[in-house]
Design a protein. Structure first.
Length: 158
């Protein structure tokens, strides 16, 4: 096993050990959550009104399904792809384009729903696409699942 694969496997085990559940092997990353392969959760993206030079945000709403719930012990994180037309406003120590539970960007809304808020300031009018990698975990009574997906939302900047 390569060193990086061993590290990833160890991190997976440690992350779920705190919730006391058996860990499934990570599934291959799907292009979009909610596809037939993604039956344990859905992700809905949304954006509010947005003006050039003003603070804006998009939300990633994670909804656990099929008897799963939000893993309260998991360090949820969204790493946005840097976009020249946008200044991200993240406060995570890893960078302004990183949004995390530890930085207060991910909050639960009951046992099956969590919301990640991605804050940014667009530099100019026009459409801007916010995309990146969302690392998440949902659990059932029998096991926990750790996954990574790449949600995307296009925002109309006025």
């Amino acid at each position: 096993m390569k060193l990086s694969a061993l590290g990833a496997a160890l991190a997976t085990c440690l992350a779920c050990a705190s919730c006391g559940k058996k860990q499934d092997a990570p599934a291959p990353t799907a292009a979009t959550a909610g596809s037939p392969e993604e039956t344990d959760y859905t992700i809905a993206t949304s954006a509010g009104d947005c003006a050039a030079g003003a603070p804006c945000s998009v939300t990633l709403k994670l909804a656990a399904t099929s008897g799963y719930h939000i893993n309260d012990q998991y360090p949820y994180k969204y790493t946005a792809t840097n976009v020249p037309a946008v200044d991200f406003q993240g406060t995570d120590a890893q960078g302004k384009n990183v949004f995390s539970k530890g930085a207060g960007d991910f909050v639960t809304q009951g046992p099956t729903v969590g919301v990640m808020t991605v804050k940014f300031t667009p530099k100019a009018k026009g459409n801007v696409t916010i995309d990146g990698t969302f690392k998440l975990s949902v659990c059932s009574d029998a096991n926990c699942r750790i996954d990574s997906t790449t949600p995307s939302v296009t925002v109309a900047v006025k």
